[in-house]
Design a protein around this ligand. Sequence first.
Ligand code: TXA
Ligand code: MG
Length: 342
Amino acid sequence: MNKSVFINTLKLHATVSEDCRRAITILRTGGLVALPTETVYGLAAHALCPLSIKKVFRAKGRPQNNPLILHTHDSVHARQLFTIHDENVVRRLELLSALWPGPLTIVAPKAAHIPLEATGGLEHVAVRIPRSKVTLDILQKLSFPLVMPSANLSTRPSPTEASHVLKTLHGRIEAVLDDGACEVGIESTVVRIDTLYPMILRPGHFDAVFLSQVLGEKVVYEKGNKHQPSCPGQAYVHYAPKVKEVIVADEMSFAREWFTKSSMLARKSDIEKIHREHGERHQEGLTLALSDEPHLFAQQLYGALYRCEDFAQEKVYILLPDGHGDVWNAIADRLKRSSGIL
Ligand code: TXA
Ligand code: MG
């Protein structure tokens, strides 16, 4: 599939069994289908077929050395994607498998049959069992795992609705299977388990405190090395909406923008406070007041960033929510990256 070749992207529906069969046929014949997961929509392709994997990189405009996550439907199949000899690493895998299907990705040495094209040349592979029922059914019917990076053009926000997928990949992929909005809204926690301590490479729904309770041992965060992180994707621009500029502001500069036409994104209670203190916004600028509850904020996050693209000529000001805990940390990570801070 060449960048200049336009594909008529089919819009399929998860509730229509004929559409699900169509998605399976496309995947079996090497094509690309955006599938729903509980985190974000993923761009699915045959994970053992280098040609299909290459199409994923091309469709997303993704750097070749940024590895893909392999998805499968049960722990037995997941285990077969790794080569693990160390008993302690096997124990960690077994304990963490209890969180599957769910928003967790496990990184460990890869099985020999996993193509290096999928792992961006690394000897480690990332594996996840997603929780979406329709995608689990599809994975079960296929005799191979699927690679599924987020179904967006590289650098843009991840898609949490089928319409977001079409915003950046329409004409570049064979189909999208619409199953409504994603339940979690931000991508899985990525954890590497063959290090001295299990190491979180990308924050997500599950944090270090929770994972260390599951494992009965200390879990650490990777020390940020932007230029050579063990999670290569963390080195690139991410989640950036196509707008004039994205700025993470403090409360004072956020309030200063209140009467301009900039798009303003913050927690509902923070927006209400500024409203109380400074009065009504007179301009037709976009105001995005996201939930005070972190799981709901996460669900709304990428949709809000895509909404800002409707005002592409304006700047976006973000007030970081001052919250503690796993989901707020993951949200702050995504918001900072969208403005290029991290
Ligand atoms: O929730 C998710 O994880 C979604 C859904 C669709 O499953 N997928 C997703 O994939 O977010 P992607 O490609 O957008 O992000 C995967 C991240 C990247 O930062 C990549 O560098 C990292 O995981 N990764 C993949 N394989 C890895 C490996 N073998 N070692 C270290 N990091 C890896
Ligand atoms: Mg992504």
